[in-house]
Design a protein around this ligand. Sequence first.
Ligand code: SF4
Ligand code: SF4
Length: 322
Amino acid sequence: MPDSRMRSLPLAPSRGDQAPVRELVVVSGKGGTGKTSLLASFAALARDAVLADCDVDAADLHLVLGPRVEERHVFSSGHDAVIRERDCTGCGDCVELCRFDAIAWADGAPSPVVDPIACEGCGVCVHLCPARAIDFESRRCGEWFISETRWGPMVHARLGIAAENSGKLVTTVRNEARRVAAASDRDLILVDGPPGIGCPVIASITGASAVLAVAEPSVSGEHDVDRVLQLADHFKVPTAVCVNRWDLNPEVADRIEHRARERGGIIAGRVRYDPSVTVAQVRGISVLELGGGAANDIRGVFETVVASCSALHGAGTRPEGA
Ligand code: SF4
Ligand code: SF4
């Protein structure tokens, strides 16, 4: 990784005489790489960071951190057309106008009915209904929460079944995490990012201080980490790479690190396969709290990431007992 790129990173906006908020986003090319286990242990190491679960399609950080919900908010995105039967004249214009075939006549009904799944929320029927008989209601897509955990405040969310726009929900969670950090004078946000390289991942890494890509030592893991590095490079976010359960395939672990170096990534270290990770998951605690070989490896990864990414220097180093 050329140092110049790390030095040129924009930090989060300064809050006057307060330290800037740093944001470390942990991502993976796909689910099941152990990303959340690492993030939960980072939370235990940092001890007073703001935590943000941006894996809104399959949030599971709460299973380890047991948050106590203090605030609950509705997440709305887009609109649904809803016909008011009492005002509808039954002209049928909306059935003809909807290019998504979301409005149809139901047997014997005096007015057509909108299929909320098919409705794209374009608003054409709302504007062109001659009787002004169609409401345009905000679409409730999920909820987001601000909670307390034993390792600091946590912002997390739940996307509704079949709900879309997880990218917007990710942005909401990040913005709220920044607000909580500023309000509580915390200088580090640890983000559990979504897997993949789609819209939610882009929403979670743009403007971040650093990204940690967690990979498994497999051919698909090799490919995944390459894609994450490309994406992070595009958004000019320094990226560290960690191979989890590296000893299951040392040869591929070597290749992943070699490729990561070629692409300018920071090698954050490796985490060994350790059955205590599963024990920690079952007990609902972080690997760090359980201790063992993997816990030591994770500690080393966290320290390397904080030391290697200039935008993170000084973050998450609150001494014990402070
Ligand atoms: S266009 Fe308006 S008035 Fe006509 S059928 Fe549709 S909802 Fe009813
Ligand atoms: S809002 Fe658009 S997609 Fe939805 S029912 Fe009306 S015309 Fe169809």
